[in-house]
Design a protein around this ligand. Structure first.
Ligand code: RB5
Length: 156
């Protein structure tokens, strides 16, 4: 699995922590910034991860801002992206099993590093259940199509 990760200044510290988690898990990743705590605009970083996951270049994405909210709004504008804001371990498991989320968003000002690491581990290691949930994902894709977006061939 290849993971794309990015943050704004509000998520920079947590991004650095979660990169260590990915290293421990021996998961290949690429960091699309930001590379300091200097103020930046989260859409400039969120879009880089979202487009690469939607294209299939990366299987999953991790986005961190102050709250996780702005990053998730950006990512979910990209057809084929299902980005979930997650700050608890129950949701980390559920959004993989039920929503087949391909990007996780977290808030560096919301969640501490220990919990964030647990959340990321669970999210990365939980499979989509398919079945009735696949039918529901299909309905999300139908909504995208209704508004003129064709999902990428990757099937995200
Ligand atoms: C930056 O101050 C903050 O607005 C951003 O990190 C994020 O929380 C936006 O949703």
């Amino acid at each position: 699995m290849k993971v794309a990760i990015a943050a704004d200044h509000g998520g920079y510290d947590l991004k650095e922590t979660l990169k260590n988690t990915l290293l421990e898990l021996r998961i290949e990743f690429e960091d699309f910034g930001t590379h300091s705590s200097d103020s930046v605009d989260y859409p400039d970083y969120g879009i880089q991860v979202a487009e690469r996951v939607a294209s299939g270049e990366f299987e999953r994405g991790v986005l961190i801002c102050g709250t996780g909210l702005g990053m998730s709004m950006v990512a979910n504008k990209v057809p084929g992206i299902r980005c979930a804001v997650v700050h608890d371990t129950f949701s980390a498991k559920a959004t993989r099993e039920h929503n087949d989320s391909n990007i996780i968003a977290m808030g560096g000002r919301v969640v501490g590093p220990g919990l964030a690491e647990d959340i990321l581990r669970i999210w990365l290691q939980t499979d989509f259940l398919g079945g009735r949930h696949a039918k529901r994902i299909g309905k999300i894709t139908d909504i995208e199509s209704k508004y003129g977006h064709q999902p990428e061939a990757s099937g995200c």
